[in-house]
Design a protein around this ligand. Structure first.
Ligand code: UDP
Ligand code: MG
Length: 154
């Protein structure tokens, strides 16, 4: 089963949306393989958002992402990276489709509730960036036979 990496951003923490967002992932059938609260800093954000470091909004992005602690998590399921990205929706909440997390819960392009890995390769890199191996758990869910057909489980 594939793993993906998600951050509940300060916008989710301060607007008390963590439970609503996590409930969506759990109802979908994704399993929580790891979860913790942590305070981000500019150092880790310069790596995590390396593709944005030279953009004019980078300083406000750092301020936004360090405003409160965040909740980081590893979610597990078949095709978890693509499934979670589609649940999260377009980057700007005002453009995100209704039914997506950003489309239902946000109004901003920057204060957009969640981060989710965009490719399986980046998911592995991001999980290793934020979690040590012993913080990511491998356990079975009693719901597996009602969630997947036998040939969908690897
Ligand atoms: N962001 C922003 N302004 C922009 C583009 C991105 O503030 O014009 C922020 C926003 O919080 C976004 C994050 O930078 O979630 C990372 O940007 P990316 O393009 O990777 O979008 P995502 O993968 O989060 O949809
Ligand atoms: Mg991204």
């Amino acid at each position: 089963m594939e793993q993906t990496f998600v951050i509940l951003k300060p916008s989710a923490i301060q607007r008390s949306l963590c439970g609503d967002v996590l409930t969506r992932f759990q109802r979908k059938g994704l399993a929580i393989a790891g979860i913790k609260m942590m305070q981000l800093d500019e150092k880790i954000l310069r790596v995590h958002y390396a593709h944005l470091v030279d953009r004019p909004f980078f300083p406000t992005l750092v301020k936004s992402m360090t405003r409160t602690p965040v909740i980081v998590m590893v979610l597990k399921g078949k095709d978890a990276v693509a499934v979670v990205r589609s649940m999260v929706g377009a980057t700007n909440c005002r453009n995100a489709a209704p039914g997506t997390i950003r489309g239902d819960f946000g109004m901003s392009g920057q204060e957009n509730i969640v981060h989710a890995s965009d490719t399986p390769e980046n998911a592995v890199i991001e999980i290793n960036r934020f979690f040590s191996p012993e913080e990511v758990f491998d356990y079975s869910m009693p719901t597996t036979e009602a969630t997947y057909a036998p040939d969908e489980i690897d």
